[in-house]
Design a protein around this ligand. Structure first.
Ligand code: ZN
Length: 259
């Protein structure tokens, strides 16, 4: 039983064969998938998917790419969505200084605002951080999430990971941990304690080896589990079990539908 804690199954690339993707997920021992929003429409779609499929849960929020132009109306609607059953996190939120699709001061403001909203509604946060390590760190120190947080597809150094772990964060690993050039990520996975690790796919992106370059889907989270088992010298079952428990620990207390 594995929990893919970060996917975007509402992406149009699944339009043609969504049912087949869903069947593969369920027949491969993937018992839960969190569908993560990045703006209001994708957050709404995440909640709809969670309502339609037992194995799907939802996260809602505004990605740093979409930080510019957020209105009070959008906050109101997100707050309503946050209270829907099977919504178990606020995300993905954070900073992206690699693509810089929204001005950095606005990214920071919207990130902080969403940590406050998550605290208000009692949800943990899912953090996206790309090339913004220092600012993300300063913000989460100054505005700590009250209900926990996950660094999704963690890409920072072990030095930063140590700090984040000491602040109570979880680190989530995706396809890149299987890549040949993933020295830093492997180093983090080697040292991170087993009870603070999550697994994800970020489907349809970041497809793990051996399918790198093709469309990703939650079933391939198996490759991430395999790699972590290899790195930590544990069995596949141990990693699946422990990462599932970790995900339950952070996500299920906040979720009204605790099944
Ligand atoms: Zn994502």
């Amino acid at each position: 039983m594995i929990w893919d804690t970060h996917a975007h199954l509402d992406d149009p690339v699944y339009k043609e064969d969504f049912e087949e993707v869903a069947t593969r997920i369920q027949s491969s021992g993937i018992s839960r998938v969190t569908n993560v929003g990045y703006d209001l429409p994708s957050s709404e779609r995440s909640v709809e998917l969670a309502q339609a499929h037992d194995f799907i849960y939802a996260a809602i929020g505004v990605h740093p790419h979409n930080a510019e132009g957020v209105t009070d109306e959008i906050w109101k609607k997100l707050l309503l969505l946050a209270k829907q059953p099977k919504v178990l996190a606020w995300g993905e939120i954070g900073l992206d200084y690699y693509r810089d699709l929204s001005p950095r001061p606005i990214q920071r403001e919207i990130f902080i605002q969403q940590i406050k909203l998550a605290n208000e509604v009692g949800l943990p946060i899912i953090i996206h951080n790309r090339d913004a390590h220092q600012d993300v760190l300063e913000i989460v120190k100054a505005h700590p999430p009250k209900h926990g947080g996950v660094f999704h597809c963690y890409s920072g150094s072990w030095e930063m990971a140590k700090l984040l772990l000491s602040l109570g964060f979880y680190l989530s690993f995706a396809g890149p941990v299987t890549y040949k050039n993933a020295r830093h990520t492997v180093e983090v996975a080697t040292h991170a304690p087993m009870d603070r690790i999550l697994v994800e796919t970020d489907s349809p992106y970041l497809t793990p080896e051996p399918r790198r370059g093709k469309r990703n889907e939650p079933t391939y989270v198996i490759e991430v589990v395999k790699k972590i088992a290899e790195i930590k010298n544990l069995t596949f079952e141990d990693v699946a079990f422990q990462t599932m428990r970790n995900a339950e620990t952070i996500f299920l207390p906040s979720c009204p539908a605790r099944t």
